[in-house]
Design a protein around this ligand. Structure first.
Ligand code: LGS
Length: 483
């Protein structure tokens, strides 16, 4: 029996997403400067499964054939990030611009446009120039880093903004602050609780300082765009926020119901309340964190209010259950004093597990999150990342790996959820970027986990389209015609 197609709007925008450090390689080419991820991925003992992005997918040298492949997939939109230290190797506002770095991105942008693919640029996907970390402590130093970020982003607007109309300041500020400064599993790897961090960092305070630094760097870069470039370039600037959805561990217990809401506020509201509502942090955060949560000045709130984004970038992968913690929160707690579970009170798992421990397939919770964000922020949503690794991938041979039925099913269920959110719930979702165009350097997991619709053989750099690449092309055609 043929399945009914759940439609998507005829003007729905879809494509693929990647990030510079995960695919480019060529870390020393043309005077590129080092970033904190070059440093972090070369630490000994390793914190990235002995892997690094020195070569990655060698996209720096293969960008033209990668563009051709993407065009063959039917995508008309491509979200990728720029490497700050390729453009300004030392990162700072008085440091020289590297014309060779500009030239690489010009070739990439022009190549995409020639194939009818619109570039959507992420300005920061986790790779701070190492020189800024060394010079003044990177994101811990709001006064310095926000000025350097505004200069870097203004250089990008000036050089690329004639052709690029969609700008994203930050990818997932939550991950930058929490994984970089609380759990310490990502660069710069500061943590009071992670033994590998050797006591470097203060997880009671640093994540919250970094969070504010990211919020204001976003707002100031947006202000610069709106004041100097918006009129002539007619583009838009926004931010991409990640977030799981949380169900109460015991739906009959009001404390768990509250815990689920609080967890969402600590994950998403932390950034979205200031940025999309120009409001202070959620009350639940202020209550728990007190003076450890740096306050906004009146001027800062004004800048936020004057520069609200036009759309909300959502990276979403999975959901969990939230359980209220009865004891008072530890100073290093960043969850809202909530424990996270993949089972509910009755021991029922939310969805089947993918190829990685943290990712369960839960499309209904994705639909709920779309509603939650729409109800709270009232802003059009674009899914800027969504995808999964298949179970058992590491033990698979090549032939099995490219027949990725599990990933196809995941995409189908998550696209159905978007269709229901749009058509049944009235949530405006304008587009979808699958993570990812190709297998790549998966941060703390090295190359062990594959998210691509394109298989990459890291010995030969050969690319092979998976079944999911063909599926996405046909399903978007079908869904967008079904209106
Ligand atoms: O590759 C990243 C994808 C894959 O999974 C991408 O660069 C990121 O923007 C995004 O964060 N991505 C992602 N997110 C899920 C993170 C959950 C990690 C949980 C680890 C627990 C130890």
């Amino acid at each position: 029996m043929s399945r009914k197609v759940l439609p998507l709007p005829a003007d729905f925008k879809w494509g693929y997403a990647t990030a510079a450090y995960q695919i480019e390689g060529a870390v020393d080419a043309d005077d590129r400067g080092a970033s904190i991820w070059d440093t972090f991925s070369h630490l000994s003992p390793t914190r990235t499964k002995d892997a690094h992005g020195d070569i990655a997918c060698d996209h720096f040298n293969r960008y033209q054939s990668d563009i051709d492949l993407m065009a063959s997939y039917g995508a008309k939109h491509y979200r990728f990030s720029l490497s700050w230290s390729r453009i300004i190797p030392l990162g700072g506002r008085n440091d020289p611009i590297n014309e060779a770095g500009i030239s690489f991105y010009n070739k990439l942008i022009d190549g995409l446009l020639e194939k009818g693919i619109e570039p959507w640029i992420t300005l920061y996907h986790w790779d701070l120039p190492q020189a800024l970390e060394d010079r003044y402590g990177g994101w811990l130093n709001q006064e310095e880093v926000q000025k350097d970020f505004v200069r870097y982003t203004s250089v990008c607007f000036e050089r690329f903004g004639d052709r690029v109309k969609q700008w994203i300041t930050f990818n997932e500020p939550y991950i930058v602050a929490i994984f970089g400064y609380a759990t310490g599993i990502m660069a710069p790897g500061r943590s009071s609780t992670n033994p590998a961090s050797n006591g470097v960092g203060n997880s009671a305070t640093e994540p919250w300082i970094v969070g504010k630094s990211l919020i204001m760097s976003h707002a100031l870069a947006t202000e610069a765009y709106n004041q100097k470039f918006a009129k002539t370039q007619a583009g838009q600037v926004t931010i991409v926020l990640n977030g799981y959805y949380y169900e109460p561990w015991d739906a009959d217990n009001p404390q768990d119901v509250e815990a689920a809401q609080r967890r969402l506020e600590f994950y998403i509201g932390w950034f979205a309340d200031p940025i999309f509502l120009a409001q202070n942090y959620p009350a639940s955060m202020r209550e728990q964190l007190g003076s450890r949560l740096p306050a906004f000045t009146e001027t800062e709130l004004r800048i936020l209010a004057e520069n609200k984004p036009k759309w909300y970038g959502m990276n979403h992968y999975t959901a969990e259950f939230a359980r209220a913690e009865p004891s008072p929160p530890a100073s290093i707690n960043f969850t809202g004093n909530v424990t996270e579970h993949i089972n509910n009170k009755a021991g029922v798992e939310i969805g089947p597990q993918s190829g990685v421990s943290w990712l369960q397939v839960c499309p209904e919770q994705f639909r709920k999150l779309l509603n939650w964000v729409w109800n709270r922020y009232g802003c059009m949503i674009i899914i800027t990342e969504n995808g999964c690794p298949c179970p058992g991938e590491s033990g698979m041979d090549f032939a099995q790996s490219i027949e990725d039925d599990f990933r196809v099913k995941y995409f189908e269920l998550y696209l159905d959820a978007i269709s229901k959110a749009i058509n049944d719930d009235g949530v405006p979702v304008g587009g979808y970027f699958a993570w990812s165009f190709m297998d790549n350097f998966e941060w703390q997991n090295g190359y062990d986990i594959r998210f691509g619709v394109t298989h990459v053989n890291y010995d030969t750099q050969e690319r092979t389209p998976r079944k999911s690449a063909r599926y996405l092309k046909s399903t978007f055609n079908e869904r967008m015609a079904a209106n």
